[in-house]
Design a protein around this ligand. Structure first.
Ligand code: SF4
Length: 694
């Protein structure tokens, strides 16, 4: 962590921040990390890194690290430090008592996209096999669950289609609802290289993101749409493709389901989807939309990259399907330089979804109602698995408030800070009879906990992360866990204390079990990962070394499936009381809720969240840069300092949520995606007024 001269040896591992999944050499002196150096052999980063990954590992040995298990009878009582054995026994006893009193469905478990594949696999196994229900979920619920739904419905697989390197073959690059220079910096550098070589850029985003300021940028188009109108925009683009005859008819005829295609074509060619008809909805001039559609459809290779500005909406899943429709109609699927590419926020969003952390899916996206898949797991695990989906995270909160859900195990996720409508979340957590929090720091969620189990950082454990390009990378232990246990060992102990036997001596054995039960991981092993460096799933007999580009010959569902994408305006409307729209995002030097980066030198570059306000909106409210502002929504109220700039449209304000005091999620509502309950973080109607210093 601290540069202390020449290292004695080094270990190659994977960054624990964003979904790029950069490989690093942890250079060691004894058992001390002295330096983190980007690894030249890393397939995702080729020796590059960003300010988060390279300089922000100090949190691993920060004084705030939890090192002692603790318990308490009630949340208004002081913590009592105990041994691991006492803490696990206490937690298991409470969970068992709750189930005896309130029933099998009264408890559940949440895992995190920051954990390894092996850890998330074990949490869902704990819930299904030891708790005896399907009440398991992951924080991907609140970011990319619509990607899972939308891509599975249209392309047959819940994953991005390309490698990052594929962007170097793209001629037109469409970035929708993403800010790669801040959120995926190493991929953004690659993307910028391609733009400097002459690729054309189309940005669809309410905010003028930094990618648009790339030096020596050639043709660049910005479609600054109103927050909440993504589906209207993608429909307008598709309408132009269809009505102007810009489709790849050979691709559609050969690779797509023609009944679905004809239904979609009839739908999308209706005049109500034209850019002219939708101009008043999106706020983007029709001519600009037509030009963008022609550029993408006319490209030799058109690639789409998207982020949470697509998924975190009430129509997140619809928008993902709209993007896939566009790629199918133009034949931009199944080769280098094209594709549909979700940019995953956290290091292991892809992996936590792959590992069966959703209440309706076993590992490998095998639905719990699939008798054959269930039978395979039942035979291996020696239990019966429910054939009905369990509770999603927001359902757990609602059930806790109504009194039917009483116990929760949370591994590596600060739900009190990161989930929307904080007051609702806190009410739910406060009503639990047993909340077990396993984390590296005393986070906001831990304030409501009865059991605290110290977590381990990525430097303290073995495992794998899967990045946004489906690349499984090894995480290698470089130092002993500060509290004595790796995270997967804690889950094993809890299962055993609950009477369900788990027996592993190394995470490689967990991966062997995953491979045994999950067809898309059938060929994955630590030995192969060590030999190849990394593997992009699927990896099985058909693709023994993995599959860099998906859908080259066919789709897992046979033919590409066009989906009907009716635009429905969000219920979160502006009015006289709440006249502005708030949208949220991230900044380069901080990572998500900041639990890690705030405990590093990165804090010096961003020590508070601010509210970006357009000069017009500032002027009519008498707001100057630096003023304190009260921000009120239908859900709550917070106070932030003003940053007046014109990166947003008039009528739209913007903030980040890296600091607990920001209150960003106090004001976001619990509107959510119709298919997956992913929260609509990106659209909140608010009023903004000057206030005196808080
Ligand atoms: Fe790479 Fe992302 Fe880590 Fe930066 S934060 S080093 S881009 S994985």
């Amino acid at each position: 962590v601290i540069d202390e001269g020449l290292p004695e040896h080094s270990v190659v591992t994977t960054c624990a921040y964003c979904g790029v999944g950069c490989s690093f050499e942890a250079q060691m002196k004894g058992d001390q990390v002295v330096r983190m150096v980007p690894y030249k052999g890393g397939a995702a980063n080729h020796g590059h890194s960003c300010v988060k990954g390279r300089f922000a590992f100090g949190y691993a040995t920060h004084k705030d690290r939890l090192q002692q298990p603790m318990i308490r009878d009630a949340i208004d009582q002081p913590w009592q430090a105990v041994s691991w054995e006492e803490a696990i026994t206490f937690a298991a006893g409470r969970l068992q008592a709750i189930q005896q009193r309130y029933g099998r469905e009264s408890i559940g478990g949440i895992t995190s996209s920051r954990c390894t594949n092996e850890e998330t696999y074990l949490v869902q196994k704990l819930v299904r096999a030891a708790f005896g229900n399907n009440n398991t979920d992951t924080c991907a619920r609140v970011c990319h669950s619509p990607t899972g739904y939308g891509l599975k419905t249209t392309l047959g697989e819940s994953a991005g289609t390309q490698t990052f390197d594929s962007v170097m073959q793209a001629d037109v690059i469409v970035v929708i609802g993403a800010n790669p220079t801040d959120a995926h910096p190493v991929f953004a550098s690659q993307l910028r290289r391609r733009l400097r070589q002459g690729a054309e850029l189309i940005v669809i985003d309410p905010r003028r993101i930094d990618l648009l300021k790339t030096p020596h940028l050639g043709v660049a188009r910005h479609l600054p749409l109103r927050p909440g109108t993504n589906v209207a925009m993608v429909n307008a683009l598709a309408h132009v493709v269809v009505t102007e005859g810009l489709e790849d008819t050979a691709f559609v005829a050969e690779r797509c389901g023609l009944d679905a295609y004809r239904r979609w074509r009839d739908f999308i060619s209706q005049p109500r989807h034209s850019p002219e008809q939708l101009e008043s909805v999106t706020g983007v001039p029709a001519a600009a939309v037509r030009e963008a559609a022609r550029a993408y459809a006319g490209a030799r290779n058109g690639a789409i990259y998207y982020g949470l500005g697509v998924t975190e909406h009430s129509q997140g899943s619809t928008m993902v399907m709209g993007i896939a429709n566009l790629a199918l109609a133009t034949g931009n699927i199944g080769r280098e330089g094209v594709g549909v590419n979700p940019l995953r926020g956290q290091n292991n969003v892809q992996g936590s979804c792959d590992m069966g952390s959703f209440p309706h899916e076993l590992p490998g996206y095998q639905h719990v109602s699939d008798i054959t898949a269930r039978a395979r797991f039942e035979a291996d695990w020696g239990v019966q698995i429910d054939d009905e989906p369990g509770l999603r995270i927001p359902n757990m909160f609602d059930a806790a408030i109504s009194g039917s859900f009483k116990g929760l195990y949370v591994q590596g996720e600060d739900i009190a800070q990161s989930d929307p409508n904080t007051l609702h979340v806190e009410a739910a957590l406060g009503s639990l009879e047993c909340l077990i929090v396993q984390d590296i720091f005393l986070n906001e969620t831990a304030k409501y906990a009865h059991v605290l189990l110290p977590g381990s950082t990525f430097l303290e454990k073995n495992g794998t992360f899967t990045n946004a390009e489906r690349r499984i990378n090894r995480v290698r232990k470089v130092m002993a866990p500060l509290a004595g246990k790796e995270d997967w060992e804690v889950t094993v102990d809890l299962a055993n204390a609950l009477g369900y036997p788990m027996d592993y001596s190394h995470p490689s054995q967990i991966m062997d079990e995953i491979a045994r039960l999950t067809p898309s991981f059938a060929g994955v092993s630590y030995a192969k990962l060590d030999r190849l460096g990394s593997i992009q799933w699927p990896c099985n007999d058909a693709y023994p070394e993995g599959m860099p580009i998906m859908h080259e010959r066919d789709f897992p569902i046979g033919l590409g499936n066009f989906a009907i994408t009716e635009y429905v305006a969000t219920e979160e409307r502006t009015n006289r009381k709440y006249p502005l729209l708030l949208t949220t995002g991230r900044i380069l030097s901080q990572y998500n809720v900041g639990a890690q980066t705030r405990r590093t030198d990165n804090q010096q570059w961003h020590d508070e969240d601010v509210l970006e306000v357009h000069p017009h909106d500032a002027e009519v409210r008498g707001i100057q840069d630096g003023d304190w502002l009260g921000i009120t929504s239908r859900a709550g109220h917070t106070v932030l300092r003003a940053r007046v700039n014109d990166r947003m449209l008039p009528g739209v304000v913007y903030t980040t949520f890296h600091h607990p005091g920001s209150g960003a999620n106090v004001i976001t509502t619990d509107s959510s995606d119709w298919a997956t309950n992913c929260p609509e973080y990106k659209v909140t109607a608010v009023q903004v007024e000057k206030v005196s210093q808080p």
